[in-house]
Design a binder for this molecule. Structure first.
Ligand code: KG4
Ligand code: ZN
Length: 335
């Protein structure tokens, strides 16, 4: 009999649902919340209200696109955390009610583990063990993936995430939120002519808050000399910031390979959509003899396909959640 999983993701500002049958993705729907743009960042209370409005139509569309009737579902997977608690509560409450009404099991999923396992939603799939650089708006981690359900964080940011570095720089430059994709686009017509400092953090950990301050002072000083500095140099500023962030990420990845001897390397999370990081990893991988895995764009930013894949492995492992399952804003790996 087929295993058909409905997955729900609502950890931040995207309401998403996906349907997976026997490991094959049948549908993957995302409703993004554009209203946060006007506030320059995600407003948690606004996000949870929008999730409430979106969740039913998004789930309906995912089932319709998959051609699956709800009575055929085997289990419901949802994001337990980490994320915004109000947003998580909407997805978790919906998933629990839906599973209860159909009398099928519930599967709770760790959002960052799911970003890593997004690689198993498409081919080619990484061989185990592999290293995954997970870079999103809230996290920056180098993860050792021992198997689908056993992962270890080898290093992570001690302050801001890589996505935050993009978004906060964008704010300084007067760009809309989220600025990562805009900086990426602008950087393509610029050159990394401005030198920005490299943070000195030992081991496999990262830091981006010093870089953020350096960019702030750099823009302030240059704007004193030329009040039009930003508009005169926007592509070059974006290219310089992106180049620095990508170099920081790839240098740590190289160190992780040296320490572990693992040469199967993946990237995941919203920032893995960045063209500088994608091209940089490909070039470095060729030079170093790594086998690299770069996800399709739809599996980089938040989506429910990755929740469905993770739920599927948990289902095969008999790892079910009860109706007392509760979302967690902060959540360590392995919970
Ligand atoms: O994984 P994600 O969708 O949500 C979180 O779990 O945080 O990541 C969102 C982050 C934002 O900071 C956004 O600016 C960044 O990913 N991002 C990018 C690009 N696309 C999304 N950053 C740089 N270049 C991109 N092309
Ligand atoms: Zn995410």
């Amino acid at each position: 009999m087929s295993i058909i999983i409905l997955a729900i993701e609502s950890s931040c500002d995207d309401t998403a649902a996906a349907v997976l049958r026997d490991g094959k993705m049948l549908s993957n729907v995302v409703a993004s919340q554009d209203m946060h743009r006007q506030y320059g960042g995600v407003v948690p209370e606004v996000a949870s209200r929008a999730h409430q409005e979106n969740i039913v139509p998004v789930v309906e569309l995912a089932l319709r696109n998959a051609g699956v009737e709800r009575e055929k579902l085997t289990a419901v997977a949802f994001t337990k955390g980490p994320g915004l608690i109000g947003s998580l509560l909407v997805g978790a409450s919906f998933a629990k009610a839906f599973a209860l009404s159909l009398n099928i099991p519930l599967l709770e999923v760790h959002h960052m583990q799911a970003h890593v396992l997004a690689h198993f939603a498409e081919d080619p799939k990484p061989s185990l063990p592999f290293l995954c650089l997970t870079v999103s708006g809230g996290h920056t981690q180098i993860v050792l993936v021992k198997n689908h359900l056993e992962m270890e964080v080898l290093g992570q940011t001690i302050d801001d995430a890589a996505g935050e570095a993009f978004d906060k720089t964008g704010k300084m430059l007067g760009l809309d939120y989220p600025a990562g994709p805009l900086i990426d686009k602008l950087a393509q017509s610029g050159q990394p002519v401005f030198s920005l400092p490299e943070p000195q953090v030992p081991g496999l950990n990262f830091s981006f808050s010093g870089l953020k301050t350096a960019i702030l002072y750099f823009i302030r000083d240059k704007s004193k000399e030329n009040p039009n500095f930003i508009s005169d140099n926007l592509p070059d500023i974006c290219a310089s910031v992106q180049d620095r962030i990508v170099r920081i990420l790839l240098k740590k990845l190289k160190l992780a390979v040296k320490q572990t001897g693992i040469k199967e390397i993946a990237i995941a999370g919203g920032v893995s959509a960045n063209s500088g990081l994608r091209n940089g990893l490909e070039a470095l991988g060729k030079k170093e003899g790594w086998i690299t895995y770069i996800p399709s764009f739809e599996y980089c930013t938040d989506n429910a396909a990755m929740i469905a894949v993770t739920g599927y492995y948990k289902y095969l492992n008999g790892d079910f959640a009860g109706q007392d399952a509760a979302p967690m804003a902060r959540m360590a790996f392995g919970i």
